[in-house]
Design a protein around this ligand. Structure first.
Ligand SMILES: Cc1cc2nc3c(=O)[nH]c(=O)nc-3n(C[C@H](O)[C@H](O)[C@H](O)COP(=O)(O)OP(=O)(O)OC[C@H]3O[C@@H](n4cnc5c(N)ncnc54)[C@H](O)[C@@H]3O)c2cc1C
Length: 480
């Protein structure tokens, strides 16, 4: 390693140690500011409230109504467009409302308070040899945040999260608590799940869980065109429990993308395993050395070679037997990086399977043209589901997840905006959609092209919340 490189690494390490976080900061007496995963949305707020009972929550709502204040609801703030806060609002964090309310191992149902994280649920289910059915690819998020964006994961048998939800309990703007399910208040059920915290505070959810089965990893490297033909087959193969792919990046030259590294997890019949082997395989994985891995992420962001090779460690796990719980808790805490001059962001696009190749081709040319620092392109399959009012899976879709690095400067923001708008319009032209919990670069017309029902969604918000108590940047930007 050259001296220059060592100096670079040391500099990155020092920046991390001195970096700022997306936690709430007191800026002057009585004044707070808040930010999110992007660190590009610093917003002054009234305060953060962390109630520990529903009565306390109800009295916060009452106080806010009497004092003309707005309320926003925050999970772990991984949405990147200020979805969880609003200027001068009271931000409610449900982190103390994170209990398991009811659990029926036979019926495979768990009822939780929504301040709980998937990680906490996994730890609860693990001794019962059960696992979460649908969640994001990682376990960092709250269930409240996951419900409110109607998240998607990497098990191709299931669509977005709403598919696994039996019912929710929600605190409305008038202070009452309602139940919503497919049979009770079905309109509220479809609005609140994927409702970006605009219809009330989801207090509880009853969620279907599944067995903590074992799977065997299989890795292959195939050209994109072949992948586009194969994906339907892979996704509908009952033996495939999980599927994800990385579009590999090249080390240089005209082309940015290489082949697709495909990771399938096939169901594994482990009847020959001893009790000890079962126990070892199911032992929950815990991420270690996060600070060190954060340095790794910074090296990844600035080395084309590392970008090109980073799928290989996953590939080397070919043949490994792994439990559902462990597949659904990959290391991810290190993705939030605290450099003062740059930030890592995530976006997702949902493209009909037949239009995957043209979308990737457009992605390649615009990324190259604008010199966007794209670090990772992951692909997943998400079956159609239109139960949530603002559905992004109106047909079967390939979820294309982009992880990229940008400078925290006006020029960095301008370039990201130009790139994002191009991709949003390309997705719309190819009959797909962009994910809404990303930075709010799209304008109203661009959102309307993909989500034509959004004005009705906002009208219905006013039916449940006529005084617009629940507010966030997302609503403010797109309501008119
Ligand atoms: C590194 C990274 C990886 C990601 N991976 C995936 C992925 O694999 N799949 C995927 O689908 N998405 C993914 N996302 C997006 C992520 O799922 C959403 O941003 C999600 O909302 C994060 O949960 P959170 O707890 O941080 O919610 P927050 O960002 O804090 O909140 C999100 C929304 O939910 C509302 N909300 C929170 N709690 C409640 C509640 N109790 N009642 C009502 N409203 C509430 C908030 O007001 C806000 O509008 C990823 C994002 C990042 C940054």
């Amino acid at each position: 390693m050259t001296l220059r490189r060592i100096r670079g690494l040391v500099a990155i390490f020092l920046i991390i140690l001195s970096g700022c976080s997306h936690k709430t900061r007191k800026v002057s007496p009585g004044k707070f500011s808040i930010n999110d995963f992007s660190r590009l949305n610093k917003t002054p707020i009234n305060k953060i409230a962390t109630p520990s009972s529903y009565e306390e929550l109800q009295s916060i709502i009452q106080d806010a109504q009497s004092n003309g204040l707005k309320i926003s609801i925050a999970g772990t703030r991984h949405s990147q467009g200020g979805h969880a806060f609003y200027p001068n609002a009271i931000v409610i964090s449900l982190k103390k409302l994170n209990k398991v309310i009811d659990f029926d191992a036979e019926k495979k149902l768990i009822t939780i308070q929504t301040g709980i994280t998937w990680k906490e649920i996994q730890e609860y289910l693990h001794p019962h040899q059960l696992a979460v059915k649908i969640m994001q690819f990682a376990n960092l998020f709250t269930v409240g945040g996951a419900l409110s964006v109607n998240c998607n994961g990497i098990d191709p048998s299931f669509g977005p999260l709403i598919e696994s939800i039996r019912s929710i309990k929600i605190l409305l703007a008038n202070g009452s608590i309602a139940t919503a399910s497919r049979s009770i208040n079905p309109e509220l059920f479809s609005l609140a799940i994927g409702g970006y915290g605009l219809f009330g505070i989801i207090l509880e959810a009853t969620i279907e869980v599944v067995e903590d089965s074992l799977y065997k990893r299989q890795t292959s490297l195939i050209p994109l065109t072949k992948y586009a033909n194969e994906i339907q087959k892979i996704a509908h193969d009952p033996e495939v429990g999980f599927h994800l792919s990385f579009l590999t990046l090249t080390t240089g030259g005209r082309k940015l993308f290489g082949d697709v590294a495909v990771f399938n997890f096939k169901k594994y019949n482990a009847t020959h395993f001893s009790n000890r082997q079962h126990k070892t395989k199911r032992k929950l994985f815990h991420q270690k050395f996060v600070a060190l891995q954060k340095i790794g992420i910074n090296v990844w962001a600035h080395s084309r070679l590392v970008k090109a090779l980073h799928w290989i460690p996953e590939g080397l796990k070919h043949g490994q037997v792994v439990s559902r719980n462990n597949i659904m808790r990959p290391p991810a805490s290190h993705l939030y990086v605290e450099l003062s001059k740059e930030t890592n962001l995530l976006q997702e696009y949902f493209i009909p399977v037949n239009n995957l190749v043209p979308f990737i081709s457009e992605l390649e040319s615009i990324t190259t043209k604008l010199h966007i620092n794209l670090m990772h392109v992951a692909l997943r399959f998400i079956p159609q589901n239109t139960e949530s009012y603002l559905s992004y899976t109106k047909t079967d879709r390939i979820g294309i997840v982009l992880f990229f690095n940008q400078k925290m400067t006006p020029e960095g923001n301008r370039k990201t905006k130009q790139w994002t708008k191009y991709l949003i319009n390309t997705a719309a032209r190819l009959k797909g959609a962009h994910y809404l919990p990303i930075q709010l670069h799209a304008n109203k017309n661009e959102v309307l092209k993909v989500y034509p029902e959004i004005d009705n969604f906002f009208e219905l918000k006013k039916k449940y919340d006529s005084r617009e108590l629940f507010m966030n940047h997302f609503y403010k930007k797109y309501v008119n």
